[in-house]
Design a protein around this ligand. Structure first.
Ligand SMILES: Nc1ncnc2c1ncn2[C@@H]1O[C@H](COP(=O)(O)OP(=O)(O)OP(=O)(O)O)[C@@H](O)[C@H]1O
Ligand SMILES: O=C(O)[C@H](O)COP(=O)(O)O
Length: 400
């Protein structure tokens, strides 16, 4: 049982600093709604109903990436879910932020600017070091307590996650509590035949999963991560063509990817074909042996989908983290949706994780109740599966 305090333990009408995870897809500067907004809106609603005054902290993207944008649009999306006003303050802990916090009354909510625009947020430091930052020391005295609901960022030792609990009363929000409980419980279960589908964009988060999860019989790979493994296996894919998601990750992780392929190759299933957009704007497919380096691939091909679906149907537990292709574009949704449909068609135990990936379920009208658990977390969910201590939980437990 977790030994942290929850919002149930809060006295009413407090001034609360609340960390959410509203990190969402951004397409051409437009922020897309995902499941994180609706889940966190429930938290906000509940806290407002108890008469608390709320200042929300959240992040979006990382400096240098296209997805690194202001949270102005996030405030609007959240307000739509809540059906009430969410004031946006384009500042994190400067004068403008402090004035707005000062004016905040019980039952009101404001969202501060992207915490990653603050230089002190991102460096991975100890909680003690983060607690000493000007960011934490300035905001903490403005509030009665801190609530962390950002389970999906619970594996990041960033200032807004680990700094505040050391200097304030700190509590877990409802999303943090339920996701933590559900994901930790999965690790205790035993299954005969386990398949894990790994895709998406973050190789660094997934390599340790392959190394540590010895109980998984098959890892079916796709997305950017799958292409990097194909590159390590000697195929002409996994290079920057239209996006810059490949080469830097390759440079940073190539040794680990090659070593993982060598050591765990017998448990890895790589795509045998890939899909791309042809000159007519249609989906086209090619076997990996025939690919050209200049092609930008956007999904796994239909032979691969069939192979992965077979692995799913032979399994009694399936875990998904990351998309097999750019499913947001229907032409390149076959991999992700094909695997999710195969899961929905069996009665295996299944968990689908990832802030973006979990969006495919409502987007393609897949029956949500066909999945045992749908997690809005990606990296934190796989960290929990591998038994890695989540830093956010560790600091909440110190306070609890
Ligand atoms: N070949 C590809 N090219 C570009 N993007 C891809 C490709 N394959 C998958 N993706 C993208 O991967 C994204 C999902 O992966 P991501 O690593 O962001 O995981 P996630 O599910 O959001 O988990 P997390 O919560 O850790 O971010 C999707 O939005 C999808 O468009
Ligand atoms: O989307 C996520 O997985 C979390 O918000 C963490 O974001 P990060 O991977 O950019 O740290």
């Amino acid at each position: 049982m977790p030994s942290f305090g929850t919002v149930e333990d809060l006295p009413p009408e407090q001034r609360l600093l609340v960390r959410l995870d509203l990190n969402a897809p951004v397409e051409e500067g437009v922020v897309k709604d995902n499941r994180r907004f609706s889940r966190h809106a429930e938290t906000v609603e509940r806290l407002l109903d108890d008469g608390h005054a709320l200042a929300l902290l959240a992040h979006q993207g990382r400096p240098g990436r296209d997805t690194f944008v202001s949270l102005g649009q996030h405030a609007e999306i959240l307000a739509d879910h809540l059906d009430r006003e969410v004031e946006f303050v384009a500042d994190t802990f400067g004068e403008e932020a402090l004035e707005a916090i000062d004016d905040l009354a019980g039952g009101e909510v404001l969202l501060l600017e992207n915490v990653r625009m603050c230089d002190e947020e991102l460096p991975e430091k100890t909680p003690e070091e983060h607690a000493e930052s000007e960011f934490v020391r300035t905001l903490a005295p403005e509030f009665d307590a801190y609530v962390n609901d950002a389970y999906s960022a619970a594996h990041r030792a960033h200032a807004s996650i680990v700094g505040f609990p050391l200097v304030m009363d700190a509590y877990a929000g409802p999303v943090m509590e339920t996701e933590y409980t559900a994901n930790s419980a999965i690790r205790e279960r035993e299954f005969d035949r386990v398949t894990m589908v790994l895709g998406g964009t973050k190789a660094e988060d997934l390599i340790p999963v392959i190394e540590r999860l010895e109980g998984v019989d098959r890892f079916c790979l796709g997305g950017i991560v799958g292409e990097l493994f194909l590159r390590a296996a000697g195929h002409d894919v996994g290079y920057d063509v239209e996006s810059d998601l490949f080469d830097d990750q390759w440079d940073e992780n190539r040794e680990e990817i090659k070593e993982t392929l060598e050591t765990h190759g017998d448990r890895l299933v790589l795509a045998s074909d890939l899909a791309y957009e042809d000159d007519a704007g249609e989906r086209a497919e090619v076997a990996v042996d025939g690919v050209e380096k200049e092609t930008s691939f956007l999904d796994v091909g239909s032979d691969t989908v069939a192979t992965y679906a077979d692995h799913v149907s032979e399994s009694d537990a399936v875990f998904v983290k990351g998309a097999l292709g750019v499913f947001e574009d229907e032409r390149f949704s076959d991999g992700t949706v094909g695997v999710l449909r195969a899961i929905a068609d069996t009665d295996c135990f299944s968990v689908v994780g990832g802030g973006d990936t979990s969006r495919a379920i409502p987007m393609y009208d897949l029956p949500e109740d066909a999945f045992s658990h749908v997690s809005i977390a990606g990296g934190a969910y796989v960290a929990a599966l591998t038994g890695e201590e989540l830093v956010a939980i560790e600091v909440l437990e110190r306070d609890g």
